[in-house]
Design a protein around this ligand. Structure first.
Ligand SMILES: [Zn+2]
Ligand SMILES: [Zn+2]
Length: 130
């Protein structure tokens, strides 16, 4: 991976962030990701908490379930981050809010059982999960 800083932000620019380390890239097909994004599924970068920082703005918070805390821009609504209660050491960042989303390719799909029937999942080398 390149040594260039990974940066991103929301649609309107009020929120900006920096990522120093990415551990995993995953597509999530759960119904909460679908509803809060308005998209068929959401691609997430899994980042160690210490490897992520907001460089501008403060996100609005939504408790989407007992397990999930979601963060989005209060001005334009772009979903930016999610913290899962069972994984407090990590923060998930939406791939679509990156300045260069083409730099990352999802390696796994999670919550595949709740995916929309027309969403095709390509076979991947290490694809063993829920
Ligand atoms: Zn915004
Ligand atoms: Zn999800």
């Amino acid at each position: 991976m390149s040594t260039e800083p990974i940066t991103g932000g929301c649609f309107c620019g009020a929120l900006r962030y920096r990522i120093d380390q990415v551990e995993q890239v995953a597509n999530c097909h759960c119904s909460m990701c679908r509803r809060t994004s308005g998209a068929p599924f959401v691609s997430w970068l899994v980042v160690p908490r210490g490897g992520f920082a907001y460089t501008q703005g403060t996100p609005r918070h939504l408790k989407s379930s007992a397990q999930g805390d979601r963060y989005f821009c209060a001005s334009c609504g772009t979903p930016v981050a999610c913290i899962v209660a069972g994984q407090p050491a990590h923060i998930d960042i939406t791939l679509g809010s990156l300045d260069h989303p083409e730099a990352f390719t999802p390696a796994v799909d999670v919550h595949k059982r709740s995916r929309l029937p027309w969403v095709e999942i390509k076979a991947k080398p290490q694809g063993n999960e829920p």
